[in-house]
Design a protein around this ligand. Structure first.
Ligand code: IMP
Ligand code: MG
Length: 177
């Protein structure tokens, strides 16, 4: 029989909701009254961003940037480009980057360097998931949801080759017979 790739639940939708609530509480403490600009990295962060900001009951703004990504493979090429940048100036703003998962760190490191050139008042990173075992460049994650093992994860906005973003749970892709 040919093997099939099946998603196995790693974190349930309830665990995700509780974690996002926790992150929102921390972010509220730090950003209330500061009119932060939350910058999501497309496409993987869209679901996380949508849930997170609904729990932030103060003035804020949201933008998304699009970076060149993995393409159809599972490995980052190591070269990142901005496909769609910011629509407004971040000079003097309190900027919080919202990312789905930090793996080698190359993507987020590139974006933070790029944003720093815009002279924000502050620049921090919130990531739903971290895969520290694969890190190639050091990254400080200021607000972290889950630490994940060295497995390929999908669901809750995160894809494999554009598939599985719609899964409500965070899953691991495994080959099954
Ligand atoms: P990095 O540049 O290696 O840190 O890769 C970060 C990007 O790769 C993330 O924004 C994700 O889109 C993608 N990525 C990394 N690990 C996974 C994974 O396990 N599943 C799906 N996408 C991943
Ligand atoms: Mg991504």
């Amino acid at each position: 029989m040919s093997s099939q790739i099946e998603p196995r639940v790693l974190f349930t939708r309830d665990e995700i909701a509780a974690t996002v609530e926790q992150l929102a509480a921390e972010i509220s403490n730090d950003y209330r009254g500061k009119n932060p600009l939350l910058v999501g990295i497309l496409k993987g962060s869209f679901m996380f961003m949508a849930d997170l900001i609904r729990l932030l009951d103060f003035l804020l703004e949201v933008e998304f940037v699009r970076l060149s990504s993995y393409g159809s493979g599972r490995e980052t090429s190591g070269k990142v480009r901005v496909l769609q940048g910011l629509q407004s100036s971040i000079n003097g703003r309190n900027v919080l980057v919202v990312e789905d998962i930090v793996d080698t760190g190359i993507t987020v490191n590139f974006l933070l360097d790029y944003l720093r050139k815009g002279k924000p008042a502050s620049l921090k990173l919130c990531a739903l998931a971290d895969k520290p075992s694969r890190r190639k460049v050091p990254v400080t994650i200021d607000y972290l949801g889950f630490t994940v093992p060295n497995k390929f994860i999908v669901g809750y906005g995160i894809d494999w080759d554009e598939r599985f973003r719609n899964l409500p749970d965070i899953c691991v892709l495994e080959e099954e017979d």
